[in-house]
Design a protein around this ligand. Sequence first.
Ligand code: GDG
Length: 738
Amino acid sequence: MAKTIIISNRLPVQLQIDNGSINAIPSVGGLATGMKSVHSEGESLWIGWSGLTEEEIPPELEGMIDEALAKHGSSKVKLTTEEVDGFYYGFSNRTIWPLFHYFLEYSEFELDSWNTYKEVNQKFADAILAEAGEDDIIWVHDYQLMLVPQMVREKRPNISIGFFLHIPFPSYEIFRTLPWREEVLLGLLGSDLIGFHTYDYERHFLSSVRRILGLEVSFNDIYADDRVVKVDSFPMGIDYAKFNNAAQQNESLSNKDQSELQRRLNKHKEASPDAKFLLSIDRLDYSKGIAKRLNAYEYFLHKYPQYKEKVRLIILAVPSRSNVPQYQLLKREIDELVGRINGELATVSWTPIWYFYRSLPFDNLIDLYTSCDIAWLTPIRDGMNLVAKEYIATRTDKTGVLILSEMAGSANEMNESLLINPNNFEQIADTIHKAIQMPVKEQKERNTVLQKRLERYNVEKWANDFMRSLTIQSDKDPTYITRRLSVDLTNTIMTQYREAEKRLLFIDYDGTLAGFHNDPQKASPDAALYELLDKLTARANTDVYLISGRDKETFERWFLKKKYNMIVEHGVWLSENGSDFTILENVKKDWFDKIFPVLESFVDRTPGSFIEEKNYSLAWHYRNTDPDFGQKRASELDAVLRSLIANDDLSVLNGNKVMEIKSSNVNKGRAAMRIFTQDSYDFVFAIGDDWTDEFMFQELPETAVTVKVGRQKTQAKYYLDSIKNVRDLLNRFTEEKV
Ligand code: GDG
């Protein structure tokens, strides 16, 4: 039976070793709760690090630990202290975390920790490979494991892999500074589906894929070699019912059953009923903007002194990554700030800030959520921020005000909260004032909408949506397979080829037999290609034509000596069996003078683009430009040219990163048909990768075997994914006994 394998840095259980006995306690974190439905339904396995290094696990307890974890459907990846240092505290938290949160100055680029990151990712991948069956579904989580999808894919090309990033994906301008940017992107592209919290992170990622890897992206599909990778946004929700129920229960407790914290909070409320509690809860992390918040609070108290003794800020900072120097510095900075502000502003009856540096039990968290009038969450950058959602979920009477940073992913879905820019102290001070003054009716109106949304799009829905999308994406291949040249289809074609008496083959060059280069002259044939074409053209009763948009001089240089048949410049020139090129189609070029200056003006304004002047056509190449910009300019040029040539017998061909202007009566289809009608062929084959090859696919007879290279829309009957596949297919033609 197929199972789901979940992989994250940490397992969803905490291990406690007490006097030789093992205790595995389920974690309460967002991810663990979110995956509960996926993890508990059907067969499922969670692979991750236990939190204890190899050095911390006594060998004699190893077996017991594995057993204890197995009871929670978990299996551990063993890591040494050195590996945890390089992989987790090093590359994950000193390179990726700051970079992806736009703290460029904190990002360290250390080769050693990158190497450890790779090794540890391989360990995780190996752990998956050891457990995964062919039909299993793999879901990899977060920035610590970005290389795992490709590492698994290499060994299991057909397995279903999803990846979800819990932190922001930064803009291309930031991401490009990473020395290992290609490897990270390629690692992620091993997935079938890549999920982000927001559309912004998704488009940043797509932009990096296009610009850094030069891959084709269409809407949210990435064409990566022979696979389509889907990218989408899935905003993570919370376990709404859990928080809402806990709040209801909390409110029904009698005084004696309440927690110590709750009783203290109540006492303060009773002493000054008008006073407002502001709540701030985060892991102690520079991305959460805690220091800025403290400064902004001080600013607020100066701007609105009437609130002195009337507000109290409760800060819960949960210890985090205290091995990383930036976190130690931050801790010191916050300790000092709290001390200074309290020292400056406190009165005998009032402490402006209550500061907790610890993790509180879940029930205390609920005490805080339910007792505070305002939640003030102003991260400088945050993938989502679940605390904001949890606060709203616990407001059972629908009162309470949420002040939320625009820079948190959750701001996209929480428009009814008061959104602020965490760097704008003026706006923050005014917003706190507004929050304190907000009428209960307005609070309830805002929270009603928020709660409805959170309840509906809860964490279970999030996980199920992702899984459904992954299943659809993985099942999608069969729709392609019907037309992909599968082994069976290829065998059928080979039979037709073998049994035919006279064969005709049209083969495009760029993007079909050879890859693209920034400089077209550099895409010259390699030795293996010559060998392949030598064999193919030597076949009895087989006419092979290279058919290309290239200029005749280049093909003369590359192929004339070889005596291959060639049709170039889309059908203007023909050379057969080593003869000089002759004109196949009568064409004019008097229009060059009109069009050339237009193209030149586009070259001037589009860095990286250039004009190629052929004998009977002009081509504007934009492969070396910024992809988005090039596309935009191409559409502009298309519009300009179409109005210019309306009365001429010219056409504009939109090829692969090239626009070509040429006489309308010339195209590959027309040229191919001329050859076809000269003899009686009973096997016709045509293969090509771009728009200009579509003329062949359309005009050749219905019985022709037409093949598109790549997965774009086509009139061809079949498709192949890569140049390698094309060469393999042609090699089979050379091997077939005829
Ligand atoms: C990363 C991304 C993204 C906090 N203090 C205590 C406590 N918590 C719980 C909260 C909440 C969770 O921890 C914190 O989640 P956040 O989303 O706010 O932040 P990160 O830890 O940075 O998480 C973030 C998230 O992944 C999910 O994708 O939203 O952007 O950075 O659930 O309730 N829980 C207990 N005691 C505490 O003292 N029991």
